[in-house]
Design a protein around this ligand. Structure first.
Ligand code: 2P0
Length: 323
């Protein structure tokens, strides 16, 4: 019959986020429940975002996924958790033009094809899993007409990758660690939207786009097991160095960038730039306004001229919204 050939699809785009209060360490590895609250900025999607298309058809015989045009396995527990949680909330979807109705019960049997694309290096400490799982949860939620709000969707994205829950919102976002053992209250909320502090500019100095040696997942697990500082919520990179064996995410170029920022801030009446580093050597610099951002870039170009071996590129962004 005609209805054999139909396909429904939804495409979504989600930016990555950069934490200013870091998530590091889990109290539950499967549900991905953190040992502390974290706060982040969601970036604008022009440089660091994931675009994901999810499609459903009766002609598909298994769930399949492609990341950057290469097929990847969906058998991992994190993908399965996200798919299971969204399917459990699926609603009836009807397309009158095509004469097709997919009921709640159908969603449990139908298979999905998922194509995802990152416009930045995957797993280089630029939070690709954050944008990726946020986009997956959001796109699947739209496809299956899931009625849950962004915070409830964030608790599903969290089960794909912790930091993903913060990418469901734009602007300034808090991931509340929650108290429940089942993770129901471990979700993201928006603290202020992207219009708040409008002239703030984010500059990412890409020191290396190589794949990192210690993944965040295994790094934080080792910190929970071995770091004494973690219990005191000490600074994130101090915890990494206090982990046994120590995890060196920053390098000499990272340290030089800190010195440049510190020296400049101390020479002004008010600090001009904040800096933060995630699980890699790349510096995320947050300039207080556009004038400071211009001056920051001039300074960086002076110390790291174009084609310098130490720094490969700059990404200049803004805060922005998911969707
Ligand atoms: C953060 N990071 O708050 C911290 C700071 C990296 C350094 O969240 O195991 O990929 O998938 O939950 O989310 C990166 O860790 O780890 C991260 P999983 P994730 O942004």
């Amino acid at each position: 019959s005609e209805s054999q050939n139909w396909v429904f699809m939804v495409t979504a785009q989600t930016p990555t986020n950069i934490a200013v209060i870091k998530y590091w360490g889990k109290r539950d590895e499967t549900l991905i429940l953190p040992v502390n609250d974290s706060i982040s900025l969601t970036l604008d999607p022009s440089h660091l975002c994931t675009t994901t298309t999810v499609a459903v058809s009766s002609a598909f015989h298994q769930d399949r996924m492609w990341l950057n045009a290469k097929e990847i396995s969906l058998s991992g527990g994190r993908f399965q958790s996200c798919l299971r949680e969204i399917r459990a909330r699926a609603c009836d979807v009807e397309d009158e033009n095509k004469g097709i109705k997919i009921t709640k019960e159908d969603w449990a049997k139908l298979h999905l094809h998922i194509a995802s694309y990152n416009n930045f290096p995957t797993a280089a400490g630029l939070a690709s899993s954050a944008a990726g799982f946020a986009c997956l949860a959001y796109a699947l939620g739209k496809l299956m007409d899931v009625k849950e709000d962004e915070s409830q969707l964030s608790a599903i994205a969290r089960q794909g990758s912790g930091s993903a829950c913060r990418s469901l919102f734009g602007g300034f976002v808090k991931w509340i660690m929650g108290k429940e053992d089942n993770g129901s209250d471990s979700l993201a909320v928006q603290l202020a939207d992207e219009k708040h502090w409008d002239d703030l500019v984010i500059v990412i100095a890409v020191v290396s786009s190589r794949q990192k040696e210690t993944s965040s997942t295994s790094g934080m697990c080792e910190s929970v097991e071995t770091s004494l500082l973690l219990q005191h919520r000490a600074k994130f990179h101090a915890v990494c160095l206090d982990t046994s064996p120590p995890i060196f995410y920053m390098n000499d170029t990272s340290h030089r960038i800190i010195s440049i920022a510190e020296k400049w801030n101390r020479s002004e009446e008010a600090p001009q730039v904040a800096y933060t580093f995630d699980a890699g050597p790349n510096a995320v610099l947050i300039a207080r306004n556009r004038k400071a951002a211009t001056s920051l870039i001039q300074r960086l170009l002076y110390y790291f001229p174009p084609n310098s071996d130490d720094l490969s590129s700059y990404i200049i962004g803004d805060k922005s919204i998911a969707k």
